[in-house]
Design a protein around this ligand. Structure first.
Ligand SMILES: *Cc1c(COP(=O)(O)O)cnc(C)c1O
Ligand code: SF4
Length: 377
């Protein structure tokens, strides 16, 4: 590996990590060395065909990975969950399954550019187009990584005004891209402006930086979070190997400053679609002090269908988790309905039937063998 200096520093600087991020195929090959790639299941990366594709795909949706995150990869493992999430694949630009880049019709539910108001009670603010690492399955790849979508300053005042004017809004979700890619001072300004809006009950930050660039959680940032208590941070871990000792330290820091920490994962083919991986992911999350919140069924976004797992498999996993993991280590499996329908939970059917004459509900328990009765009042 060619980044030994960065790893030796004790208190690593997140901006240096970003500066030293790997952005080209040449840098990617250098990171591990040609020799290592030659003798690995990823030797195809050295082919000129792949290099050509890589550059083409990169034009649509950027390749970028932090040295930290790439150091978690194992190129000897052909289903390395880190590499599968970040390596450009030609199926991204040859997707015949899904053709729509915005199947959730986010742009139609956008009263002010970059503010999505789908549910009456909460808004999602697309606040940055930057991420530390670009995930190939990103559901917002039509905008994310594209500088022309970065309009925080342009629409800032109109977004704050919109939220102020609509008193039905109970929560603001800062999302992107990654909100933590913004400077501390700007994050502080946003939190300060939002905290002054009395009808808001909650401010939530959706970030993957704790996974891909944990050094972003600095003492200074945590002091800001403390000042604007209470906040909820929703992290994005998809695989247990992403939960490292540095991640655990940073989560503890966040929680000490009063932040509620939840996690959302995406159900991804060959990455976390097996019971042992999903079980371990949820257990490692609670061990790190994070509550698994959502497990997302992949959205029907152009260029992501190769990550898709059947809904049936997802339901099966949920069924197997219950009774195997503590209840707090089980996320809610959700699907975001195309056309802007919003998210709904998908559950195994525990309620078998209701008999209106007897006024009895018949249930399965987690084992799906015996039947249990509950009397309606
Ligand atoms: C996911 C999402 C939310 C948040 O939904 P919750 O169920 O509260 O987590 C809000 N707005 C939009 C547009 C979303 O996609
Ligand atoms: S971190 Fe989130 S927004 Fe950024 S590329 Fe990954 S999934 Fe998309």
């Amino acid at each position: 590996m060619n980044f030994p200096l960065i790893y030796k520093e004790k208190d690593k600087n997140w901006k240096i990590e970003i500066q030293n991020s790997i952005r080209t195929i040449e840098e990617l090959i250098d990171f591990f060395s040609v020799e290592q790639f030659k003798n690995s299941p990823f030797s195809y990366i050295l082919d000129s065909d792949y290099k050509e594709n890589f550059k083409n795909i990169n034009k649509h949706f950027r390749f970028q990975v932090t040295p930290y995150y790439l150091s978690l990869a194992n190129i000897q493992n052909k289903t390395c969950p880190i590499l599968l999430q970040i390596l450009p694949d030609k199926r991204e630009i040859l997707d015949s399954h899904f053709l729509d880049l915005d199947p959730l019709k986010e742009e139609d539910n956008s009263p002010v550019p970059n503010l999505i108001h789908r549910y009456p009670d909460r808004v999602l603010w697309y606040i940055s187009h930057h991420c530390a690492v670009y995930c190939r399955f990103c559901m917002r790849k039509r905008k994310v990584s594209n500088p022309s979508s970065n309009t925080i300053h342009k629409f800032y005042t109109s977004i704050i005004q919109y939220i102020k004017k609509h008193s039905t809004i109970k929560e603001v979700i800062l999302s992107g891209g990654d909100p933590l890619s913004l400077e501390d001072s700007l994050i502080e300004k946003i939190l300060s402006d939002l905290k002054q809006i009395n009808h808001l009950y909650s401010i939530r930050i959706h970030t993957r930086m704790i996974t891909t660039l944990p050094y972003r959680i600095t003492d200074k940032l945590v002091q800001i979070f403390d000042k604007y208590y209470p906040l909820t941070i929703v992290t994005h871990f998809n695989h247990p190997i992403e939960i490292t000792s540095i991640v655990k330290e940073k989560i503890k820091l966040l929680k000490k400053s009063g932040v509620t920490v939840l996690n959302q994962s995406v159900l991804l083919k060959n990455i976390n679609d097996s019971l042992p991986v999903m079980e371990k992911l949820c257990l490692e999350l609670i061990k790190a002090g994070i509550k698994p919140y959502y497990l997302h069924h992949c959205d029907e976004v152009y260029g992501t269908s190769h990550f898709r797992v059947s809904m049936k498999k997802g339901i099966e996993l949920m069924q197997q988790l219950r009774g195997r993991n503590p209840g707090i280590a089980i996320p809610l499996f959700v699907v975001d309905l195309p056309g802007g329908g919003g998210k709904v939970p998908i559950q195994p059917e525990y309620l078998l039937k209701f008999d209106p004459e007897e006024k009895i509900y018949y249930f399965y328990n987690y084992e799906f063998k015996n039947i249990y009765k509950i009397y309606e009042i």
